[in-house]
Ligand binder design. Structure first.
Ligand SMILES: CC(C)(COP(=O)(O)OP(=O)(O)OC[C@H]1O[C@@H](n2cnc3c(N)ncnc32)[C@H](O)[C@@H]1OP(=O)(O)O)[C@@H](O)C(=O)NCCC(=O)NCCS
Length: 320
């Protein structure tokens, strides 16, 4: 058995996709998407993929990344092992190798997330054996777009229109608005500070240059839809939803959604969703996915819109 670091070879990228897809109960990865995501990562933070080899066969890998700014002593990781090699202690080998490597940034907190699904039982065992505990429980939900009657929301849309709140498709209707990306980034930073977070993770702001790289990749390769609510020239709320046409063109994944505090409780979040669903339907998307902590008001909004439960995601953590 041998553990090797990531050299960014085509073989390793193919193996990452293969192993991920063997484990994932739900979404699928495409190697092109993994490569494109890796090409724009923030190089200032330590990260690696540790591959477990038996001669020339890769049995599994562990991916980890250091946190940003105040989170620079945090480490986020995940393990994907070919299930036929379960029960041999291989995850523990990878985990211990990671523990050695992350001493370089004096790591003091570890985070890993798994789903409420048998495919993750062995990883869960590793986490429990190493004294991890659940820091946040996230309800995953899905909505079949054919099941929602969007016309029911017309009265609310009219009410917001009368107040001067307009809704736009960010990529197709706003690129020539003054300071568009600056305003969009600022809006997302403001509302994201109210996202629930596991203990020990601070809200941090991406440098603008990194934000733009992520935004370009989203707009060029994964644009499902991004809707922005504006009050005159003030951006007051937004949602972005991603598509992965190479791995599953019919499922759309919600990124963020939020509304400025002073504009909440007027129905803006509800209409952001409804507008997004209209556009996704036009793209022949069948299902939309989202995730929320159940105490977040967004959870209630999603249930009202008709979202139904998928397996929970559990964010495990541990102080070291
Ligand atoms: C969650 C959030 C997007 C809701 O935006 P919003 O525009 O205020 O939501 P809506 O006005 O469409 O709310 C619709 C209904 O949801 C429920 N709701 C919304 N916010 C609520 C709150 N704070 N407490 C209780 N119920 C709430 C109410 O039933 C509301 O209808 P009502 O106002 O007629 O009672 C907003 O609070 C926010 O930006 N929070 C921070 C970011 C965030 O947590 N996003 C979700 C991440 S998963």
């Amino acid at each position: 058995m041998d553990i090797k670091n990531f050299t960014e070879s085509n073989f390793e990228f193919d193996e990452i996709a293969r192993l991920y897809n063997l484990v994932s109960h739900d979404d699928r990865e495409h190697v092109d998407d993994i490569k494109e995501g890796w090409a724009i990562i923030d190089k200032d933070r330590q990260r690696d993929r540790l591959f477990l080899y038996n001669r020339n066969t890769v049995l599994g890998y562990l991916g980890y990344a250091q946190g940003r700014d105040e989170n620079c002593r945090n480490c986020y990781f995940n393990i994907f092992l070919d299930p036929q090699y379960n029960g041999n202690g291989y995850r523990q080998l990878l985990y211990e190798r990671m523990l050695e490597e992350i001493q370089t940034f004096a790591c003091n907190r570890l985070y890993a997330d798994i789903y409420e699904h048998p495919n993750y039982d062995q990883f869960k065992k590793l986490l429990l054996n190493n004294n991890f505990y659940i820091g946040l429980k996230i309800r995953e939900s899905s909505l079949q777009l054919e099941n929602i009657n969007l016309i029911n929301y017309n009265p609310l849309l009219k009410k917001l229109d009368a107040k001067g709140i307009q809704f736009y498709d960010a990529k197709n209707e706003m690129l020539d608005f003054p300071d568009h990306y600056k305003k969009l980034e600022e809006l997302q930073w403001l509302y994201s500070q109210d996202f629930p977070m596991p203990k020990g993770i601070a809200h941090t702001r991406n440098p603008f240059e990194q934000y733009m790289k992520d935004q370009k990749l989203f707009e060029d390769k994964h644009y499902g839809i991004e809707i922005v609510a504006a009050d005159g020239d003030i951006y007051v709320g937004s949602t972005d939803i991603e598509l992965f046409p190479k791995s599953d063109p019919f499922k759309a994944w919600t990124g963020s959604l939020g509304v400025l505090r002073e504009y909440r409780r007027q129905g803006i979040a509800t209409i952001l969703k409804v507008k997004a669903f209209e556009k996704l339907r036009d793209k022949r998307v069948k299902q939309v996915r989202t995730d929320n902590e159940e105490n977040n008001p967004m959870y209630k909004i999603n249930v009202t819109l008709g979202f139904t439960p998928e397996p929970y995601c559990y964010d495990y953590q541990k102080v070291i």
